[in-house]
Design a protein around this ligand. Sequence first.
Ligand code: AMP
Ligand code: GLY
Length: 423
Amino acid sequence: MKVLIIGSGGREHALAWAISKSPELTKLYVAPGNPGTAEIAENIPLRALDSQGIVEFSLKNKVDLVIPGPEAPLVAGIADALAAVGIACLGPSAAAAQLEGSKVFMKEIADSAGIPTAGWQKFFESQAAHDYVDVMGAPIVVKADGLAAGKGVVVAATVDEAHNAITSIMEDRVHGMAGAAVVIEQCLVGEEISLFALCDGEAALFFGAAADHKRVGEGDTGPNTGGMGAIYNPPWATEDVIRRGMDEVIRPALTEMARRGLPFRGFIFAGLMVEPDGPKLIEFNVRFGDPECETILPMVSSDILPVLMAAAGGRLGEAKISWKNGSAATVVMCAKGYPGAYATGSEIFGLDEAAGLPGVTIFHAGTMAERGGVLANGGRVLAINAVGGDLAEALSRAYAAVDRLDWDDGFCRRDIGRRALAR
Ligand code: AMP
Ligand code: GLY
């Protein structure tokens, strides 16, 4: 079987790493990939958003399955373009990808499906949004409707902060057209989990739970990032929370999407807040999470390729995956300055030694290969995963790998998993 993965981050390296072990694989391509994927697959110089190039390449090379990693190509319609030429794609149509592409759409699906989520209102005009904030008070959450590179959400502790968020999103259009509408919603309180399921349009197969660490600073301080680290199955993702997340959030959403003629295929990612009376939906994403993917896939003990193929073909049926015992954690190494401005081009030493430590796998995110070395080439540069007998062991192995690296221009959070360990 020939597979093409689209994207160039740590998530795509982890997907390539897991799929490369499948006995059913005959050829693996990644477009455009990174130096990590180059070691286990053939990198193809096509941009993730080059739909036409990807379709032509897939036809010419008889690719059996295309797996888009990030949301942007899905929202732009890569699944539709591939479907039109009869190539299987593990990802939703552009219309179904609106589950991530529009927060208004996502909340409407949640309400029609009876999914527990924060109470909300949509606004297409800023004055009405300001008035609503004055009535509701703080804390309150203001969200740009469209995709804003993870920066479109403001959890406002005060009414002033909420007004400022509305002004910058709707009036100053700091996220462009993504701010043509806002969702204003009630603030949820609790611990968050990222819950994943593989979907075939109707059925959903649980694909792991993790906790991300979104803030750049230790103790969850500072600005939001794409994710500074993750732990597998945090203690607040109890069996009951996962069962309710699948039954009360993910399955009703799939049923509602199918009812609207928008069957959802691919990985669905529910961001959940675990409140005392159960999990509440914060948001849906139409893809695997990053660094959650790098954290969950090393815990899978069975071949994922047949299951991914079954989902893409609409026949998930009795497909199953098996899990390892123990736990896993991922620490993300970033270029100093991230999520603000950062420099690229510094060399990272010690990668082979670090990757040789017990339980450790290093996934490349923003790197480039030059003169036989590996250089930093992005904000999030490496995702350092380790598996272990329990979370404490996984974390100490991941940090041992971090300590083995020699990279002056990099940094990471030193407190990944600390709240889970304290439980
Ligand atoms: P997003 O960019 O949509 O992933 O949201 C970023 C983060 O904002 C989430 O991971 C939550 O930590 C937080 N957030 C979003 N909506 C709410 C809410 N209604 N209540 C509390 N926190 C929220
Ligand atoms: N780590 C969160 C995300 O992938 O959106």
